[in-house]
Ligand binder design. Structure first.
Ligand code: G4P
Ligand code: NA
Ligand code: NA
Length: 179
C-alpha cells in the first residue's frame, strides 16, 4: 500500500534501522510531517472501516498524532491517557506500564468522564514493541467496562499479527542491513 511505501522511503532517506531501534524523529515523533501522518492514519483507519468504534484511545505523547488522524477518519473522538494526573482530574481509571525502551515505569490515567461502560474502543500508537502500553490500556478499558475492538500502530516491532500496522520488522530489517 501507498502509506507503507511512503513511510519506508522516509525511513530510508531520513531515518535509520539500528537493530531493533527505528529512528523516526525527523518525521514521526519529534519533528512531525502532518501529510505523512495523514496517509498513515488513513491506511490504519481503513483497516477498521465498517466496525463499530466509539473512541480511539492512546497514551501521551507520541501516540497522539496518529490517534488524531485515525479518529478524524473514523469520525469519532480520541482520548490520550495522561502520564501525570492533573489536579483537575476527578475520578479516574489508572494502570501502570513499564517501558523497556526507556527503562522506567509510568502510570496512565484516564478520567471517568471520558470513557464509560459499553463503549467500543480502538487502541492506537506510534510503536508496538513489548506491548506494555497496550496491557495498561487493556486494564483501563476493563476498569471502564468498555470493550477493546482492536489495535492500530504505525510500526509493529513484535511478532503479534493481531495488531494492525503500516510496517512490521520484516519490512524494516532489510534497511538495517544495507545501512
Ligand atoms: P510497548 O509499549 O509496546 O511495551 O513499548 P516499549 O515499552 O518498548 O516502548 C516504550 C517507548 O519507546 C514508547 O514511547 C515507544 O513509542 C518508544 N519506542 C519503542 N520502540 C521504538 C523505536 O524503535 N524507535 C523509537 N523512536 N521509539 C520507540 P513512550 O514511552 O510511550 O513515550 P512517548 O514517546 O510516547 O512519550
Ligand atoms: Na508511544
Ligand atoms: Na514514543
Amino acid at each position: 500500500n501507498q502509506a507503507a511505501a511512503a513511510l519506508l522511503e522516509r525511513i530510508r532517506r531520513e531515518g535509520a534501522v539500528k537493530g531493533q531501534v527505528i529512528k523516526v524523529d525527523r518525521f514521526l515523533n519529534h519533528m512531525v510531517d502532518p501529510l505523512l501522518m495523514e496517509g498513515l492514519g488513513e491506511e490504519l483507519a481503513g483497516r477498521f472501516a465498517g466496525q463499530q468504534i466509539d473512541k480511539v484511545l492512546t497514551a501521551e505523547t507520541s501516540g497522539i498524532m496518529i490517534a488524531q488522524v485515525i479518529a478524524h477518519r473514523l469520525g469519532v473522538p480520541f482520548i490520550y491517557a495522561k502520564k501525570k494526573r492533573p489536579l483537575t482530574m476527578g475520578e479516574f481509571y489508572a494502570a501502570a506500564s513499564y517501558s523497556f525502551t526507556k527503562q522506567e515505569s509510568t502510570t496512565l490515567h484516564v478520567s471517568r468522564e471520558v470513557l464509560g461502560a459499553g463503549e467500543r474502543v480502538l487502541f492506537a500508537d506510534d510503536f508496538f514493541a513489548q506491548g506494555s502500553t497496550l496491557k495498561a490500556i487493556e486494564q483501563i478499558v476493563e476498569q471502564a467496562g468498555a470493550t477493546l475492538v482492536g489495535s492500530a500502530v504505525i510500526i509493529n516491532k513484535s511478532e503479534r499479527r493481531d495488531i494492525a500496522a503500516v510496517l512490521t520488522m520484516d519490512e524494516l530489517r532489510p534497511l538495517g542491513e544495507s545501512a
